[in-house]
Design a protein around this ligand. Structure first.
Ligand code: FES
Length: 137
């Protein structure tokens, strides 16, 4: 696996929270959250399925409780392993996934076109402008 696809060590990914990273996809940057599972790691794009301008992780980790990622805005819960929303205003939806692989204790992004940029927020102004591009409700 290429060095530019290396995201983090497995030990850096919490089971009771998320690790926020920024990945490059072509010319753009995307924030992705990683959370540890019993058998590896799951990676999701860092926005809620209810209001897509709401970040699940604002930089210090999203709340993960009982193997569910909790949106702190309206408390929708998403199963850590699948991203399925089992409660809340966007119940029945799924978080947008990004493919990752674990190799010898290291996490790599395996989704086509993606490379690692840095740990933390994207610093993309549009993410904090408050523009609402998601669903109503
Ligand atoms: S914005 Fe996440 S549940 Fe409403």
């Amino acid at each position: 696996m290429d060095d530019d696809r290396h995201v983090a060590s497995l030990d850096d990914v919490p089971t009771d929270g998320t690790l926020l990273v920024t990945l490059r996809n072509g010319d753009g940057l995307e924030e992705v959250i990683l959370t540890r599972l019993d058998d590896g790691v799951a990676a999701y794009k860092n926005y809620c399925q209810h209001w897509t301008d709401v970040r699940l992780d604002k930089g210090s980790g999203a709340l993960v409780r009982n193997d569910e990622i909790v949106c702190q805005k309206h408390a929708a819960t998403f199963e850590s392993g699948s991203g399925y929303c089992n409660f809340g205003p966007c119940e029945g939806s799924y978080l947008a996934t990004v493919d990752v692989e674990v190799d010898d204790g290291e996490v790599f992004v395996s989704e086509d076109g993606y490379t690692f940029e840095h740990v933390g927020e994207s610093d993309d102004e549009s993410r904090s402008s408050g523009s609402r591009i998601g669903f109503g409700g």
